[in-house]
Design a protein around this ligand. Structure first.
Ligand code: ZN
Length: 256
């Protein structure tokens, strides 16, 4: 049994065939789906999917850095008002993205700081989106994180030095389709990182692994990522399944 630790099954890309997508994933041994939120508009749909697929799909709450604009304080307030309404398993996905847009950098930093403190206060893991922003995120975590707080750097594609820093803070690395791409440097980094620090994710519908690259991604392709990981680490698929599942249970106490 595998867990897709990061999938957006509530987005419109899955409107027509969500049931089949889940069934196909289960046929490929992927049986649990963790759903990171994007903003106030996506939350109702995310929750209705989790309601429909109870104990299969699990909700997170958070404001994605690409949804942070001048009205972010009101957005955060609306989201926070819901935090005790549902059994959210994590704060996510949150962070800083300086790839598309640098205009709201101070707002992004403030929104990330606020949501890191939600994780601190509610003793929830935090799922981090970091793009061209490792140093900014690292310094905020160093400053604000409490001892018990941990989580995942989702879709990790950084350097060995960054991976070491993440692990030293007690965080895990989310490994997705990028690992399977040709000419990726990330395989050399992951080769040197212990399996006990890794979890698997698709980030579907985005970032489909090779040889599906460019197509709609879906959780059943998690096995392609697991397969590549088993080759890089030179361990059996069984060991990949077991260790990443243990890691998921360590991170998400509410899944027990
Ligand atoms: Zn995502």
């Amino acid at each position: 049994m595998l867990t897709d630790s990061h999938t957006h099954l509530y987005l419109k890309e899955f409107d027509n065939d969500l049931h089949t997508v889940i069934k196909n994933a289960q046929d490929h041994k992927v049986s649990r789906f963790l759903l990171p939120n994007i903003n106030t508009k996506t939350l109702p749909k995310l929750l209705s999917v989790c309601q429909k697929y109870k104990n299969t799909c699990f909700p997170m709450i958070g404001l994605h850095p690409c949804s942070v604009t001048e009205n972010y304080v009101a957005e955060l307030k609306k989201l926070y008002s819901q935090i005790n309404q549902e059994n959210f398993i994590a704060i996510g996905e949150v962070g800083i993205d300086l790839y598309w847009e640098k205009k709201y950098i101070s707002e992004q930093k403030a929104a990330f700081t606020t949501q890191l403190n939600w994780a601190n206060d509610h003793q929830l893991p935090i799922i981090i989106h970091s793009r061209n922003s490792f140093d900014e995120i690292y310094s905020i975590i160093k400053r604000e994180k409490r001892k018990h707080t941990a989580g995942i750097f989702h879709c990790f594609s950084g350097t060995y030095d960054e991976a070491k820093k993440i692990i030293d803070m007690g965080f895990f690395l989310g490994i997705g389709g990028i690992l399977t791409f040709k000419n990726t440097k990330i395989a050399d980094v992951i080769e040197k990182i212990g399996l006990q620090h890794l979890v698997l994710e698709t980030d579907s519908p985005y970032l489909a692994p090779h040889p599906m690259r460019g197509k709609r991604n879906e959780p059943k392709f998690l096995s392609l990522i697991a397969d590549k990981l088993s080759k890089i680490k030179n361990v059996s698929m069984e060991e990949i399944y077991q260790t990443t599942n243990t890691n998921i249970q360590t991170i998400f106490s509410k899944l027990k």
